[in-house]
Write a protein of this length. Structure first.
Lengths: 431, 151
């Protein structure tokens, strides 16, 4: 009889939130793979009930300190679509600019501080700073520039306070935004260099046959909005049909729900999906960066997501610069949104992937019911499938190396466990 | 000499706000040119706060099991800071990591003093405990005294 071995990490480092990993093997055969999410549930959906529709952006922003803008945008869009209004023109441009700030900040944190140490054989960003101080200096400055965009547009670096349903409380002046330009130009060059550096890393072998899922935002690379979801295997549906196509289910080892496409299974959201589905919408220089390092049009090795994130960094800098160049101060900071009873849907592309919100309101704008589906919970099932496939292909590695590579495989997704566990279905049975 | 005082903490978590309380007590009472900064402990914010300074005071709450209100004064140049100044999080870095990051990057002010104030309760929404309030006043007085002696 072949022996059983267990690869286990109780506390995953360099991920946002509390999670662990368990891989059980019999000989070289994988018996069980579990990404254990034990961060306590956070009940956001429940305590949104009874609140006013105008409060959703500020309440849901608190789900995450890394991607608060994603929550603000998805919730605003849901309320506005239900009311039948569209925030467009410069008010929309500012939203996209704020979101670019979040992408710069979040992708920088992940690429340099959380993920790069895996490839460079160091346990943390502090050790990385000893090994390659210039790289960490670049990361700190890039992150600071992302923060600064968020501060100028959103009023604060973390959990911005300037976002409201219908637009903004106060819009920045042209001069406020133009002051960001020199830093963003530097950030773009640093991002282009990041593409070169990350493309030169050593990537473990793993090719996965993903069904990629991302928002379709018409003629723009999806960031701050998108009315439809599209997949690499031909699904294309309005976000209002989200639950016709996606099933969320509770699994015993996780306080975060797992999502799958109905009758299809696990799917992938995030940079790899956006890149595979909308590559041609990247800015010319982001596309050139990808081309320069020979990045294939569809990347199926999840370890190479670090390169795609760097390409998206270039794009976010380019977009921010374009939006600032075209900015004209809008006549009013917001448009009126009169609440309507019914079901509203909103979605945007958080740095980690599509973030879907659904709210049921009464005719006074009170929230009766809320559903929030963050990218990490959509990816959890796929992460487990990656781990399964990786371990099968690398069963010969020694214990420590296998554990390290499995942890790295999880970090490929930049998982935000705190986001994913904001809910828990609590069923009480009474006789 | 350019000096900065950085109070670190979360205003919504009881005694975790100890560092913020010290910053508030000192704000506007120090010699001209001394910067007082409140922050949540994010390393980039700490490194930015003391950029260009040759002297820095960093004040944070600790959770080491000592009696609430216990004050410890450490020099960051004596070696890595003790574990109670490391943040209990898998993702965010804390004061100790910020100091180590700065050390690795050569961005640690020439003289960096860390004050730790032991917290009793870190409950959400709780006010500062009496012990920690008193300790914060004591630390603020010490820093004021150190600055008057050396500036």
């Amino acid at each position: 009889m072949s022996s059983t071995r267990t690869i286990r990490t109780d506390y995953l480092a360099r991920v946002e939130g509390e999670g662990g990993m368990l891989v059980r093997m019999r000989g070289d055969e994988v018996v069980d793979v579990r990404l254990r999410i034990y961060e306590p549930p956070r009940f956001f959906e429940a305590f949104l009930r009874g609140r006013q529709f105008t409060e959703a952006p500020d309440i849901t922003a608190r789900i995450c300190g890394i991607c608060p803008v994603a929550y603000q945008m998805s919730s605003c869009l849901a309320m506005e679509s239900l009311a039948g209004v569209e925030v467009d023109g410069q008010l929309h441009a500012l939203r996209r600019l704020l979101y670019c700030g979040e992408w710069i900040e979040s992708h920088t944190l992940h690429v340099f501080m959380l993920h790069a140490p895996d490839f460079l054989g160091v346990p943390s960003a502090v050790e990385l700073a000893k090994l390659d101080p210039a790289l960490v200096e670049t990361a700190l400055r890039l992150k600071k520039i992302g923060n600064e965009v968020m501060r100028v547009v959103g009023g604060r670096e973390v959990h911005p306070i300037n976002v409201r349903v219908g637009g903004w409380y106060k819009t920045p002046s042209r001069a406020d935004l133009e002051a960001l330009v020199p830093d963003l130009e530097w950030a773009k060059q640093a991002s282009q260099e990041a593409v070169r550096v990350t493309a030169g890393l050593d990537f473990p072998e793993l090719e996965q046959d993903y069904e990629f899922v991302a928002l379709d935002a018409g003629g723009e690379y999806p960031i701050d909005r998108g009315a439809r979801l599209v997949t690499s295997r031909g699904l294309d549906f309005p976000i209002s049909e989200f639950y016709d196509h996606v099933v969320e289910e509770h699994v015993e080892h996780s306080n975060a729900l797992h999502a799958r496409l109905r009758e299809r299974g696990a799917y992938l959201v995030g940079p790899l999906a956006r890149y595979a589905l909308h590559r041609e919408l990247l800015s010319p220089d982001a596309l050139a960066s990808a081309g320069e390092v020979g990045l294939e049009p569809v990347v199926r090795n999840p370890f190479r997501s670090i390169v795609v994130r760097a390409v998206e960094l270039v794009h976010a800098c380019d977009e921010a610069l374009r939006l600032i160049a075209e900015y004209e101060e809008p006549p009013a900071p917001s448009i009126e949104v009169v609440p309507k009873a019914g079901l509203g849907h909103g979605a945007s592309e958080a740095p980690r992937g599509a973030l879907y919100h659904r709210y049921r309101l009464d005719d006074e704008g009170t929230i009766l019911d809320a559903k929030i589906v963050p990218p990490t919970s959509q990816n959890l099932k796929m992460i487990e499938e990656d781990l399964d496939a990786f371990v099968r292909g690398h069963a010969g590695l020694d214990e420590d190396e296998l554990r390290h590579r499995c942890e790295q495989a999880i970090r490929n997704y930049d998982p935000c466990i705190s986001c994913a566990t904001h809910f828990l279905t609590l069923d009480v049975e009474r006789e | 000499m350019t000096t900065c005082v950085v109070g670190v903490g979360n205003a919504l978590r009881g005694d975790d706000a100890a560092g913020l309380e010290v910053a508030r007590l000192l704000d506007g009472t120090l010699p001209e040119g001394v910067r007082v900064v409140e922050c949540e402990g994010e390393p980039v914010a700490i490194l930015s706060a003391w950029e260009g300074c040759d002297r820095a005071y960093l004040v944070d709450a600790t959770s080491s099991g000592r009696e609430a209100g216990t004050v410890r004064r450490l020099s960051a140049h004596d070696g890595p800071l003790p574990p109670e100044l490391q943040r209990a999080s898998t993702h965010l870095l804390g004061v100790a990591e910020a100091v180590e990051l700065a050390r690795a990057l050569g961005r640690l002010p020439e003289r960096t003093i860390v004050y730790g104030i032991e917290g009793g309760s870190f409950d959400t929404g709780a006010p500062l405990s009496e012990e920690v309030r008193a300790a914060a006043a004591e630390v603020a007085a010490s820093i004021r005294h150190e600055l008057s002696e050396r500036s």
